[in-house]
Design a protein around this ligand. Sequence first.
Ligand code: GNR
Ligand code: NI
Length: 178
Amino acid sequence: MALLEIIVAPDPRLKRKSEPVATVDAATAKLMADMLETMYDAPGVGLAAPQVGVTKRIIVADPAGEKATPQPIKMANPEIVWFSEEKKLHEEGCLSLPQEYDNVERPDKIRVKYIDENNQPQELEADGLLSVIIQHEMDHLEGVLFVDHISSLKRNMIMRRLTKQKKMGKRHVAMETA
Ligand code: GNR
Ligand code: NI
């Protein structure tokens, strides 16, 4: 098991489209386990491979978060095969957009087809938080962040704050090594 580094926006690696996984082999299963460990450590309730610099269609989630009973979910090549007409507004955050939150409207319920950590095809129906998380993670596989669903005014404000924070971070490192 290993902790992976989570990429923070703005970063071109978060805007790339990820490639399908051919087979969920031992290396893929290890990546899934490392992603889950990284997600719990953050802490977060979901993580997509591009957030750790891997442009593959792999996501992990656990809507239980830090609660006692973990419900880890590992998916390769997730595909939404059905979504409800009904939409819901939910406040979202993202480990790649630290401390930024806003409401996003998405289909309330979904059915997802995917390949599990044993290379077996599966289907899952999700609603509530899990539905939101899976849709948020699948966006990452297309290079889309939750801020791409909100007004450009709010998005630009968030991206400006994050750009400034990156510059401040670099200054600190420069001071420490000077
Ligand atoms: O930890 C996370 N919380 C969260 C809250 C509401 C909607 C989506 C999420 S996913 C996020 C972790 C993350 O950035 N996954 O890509
Ligand atoms: Ni995210």
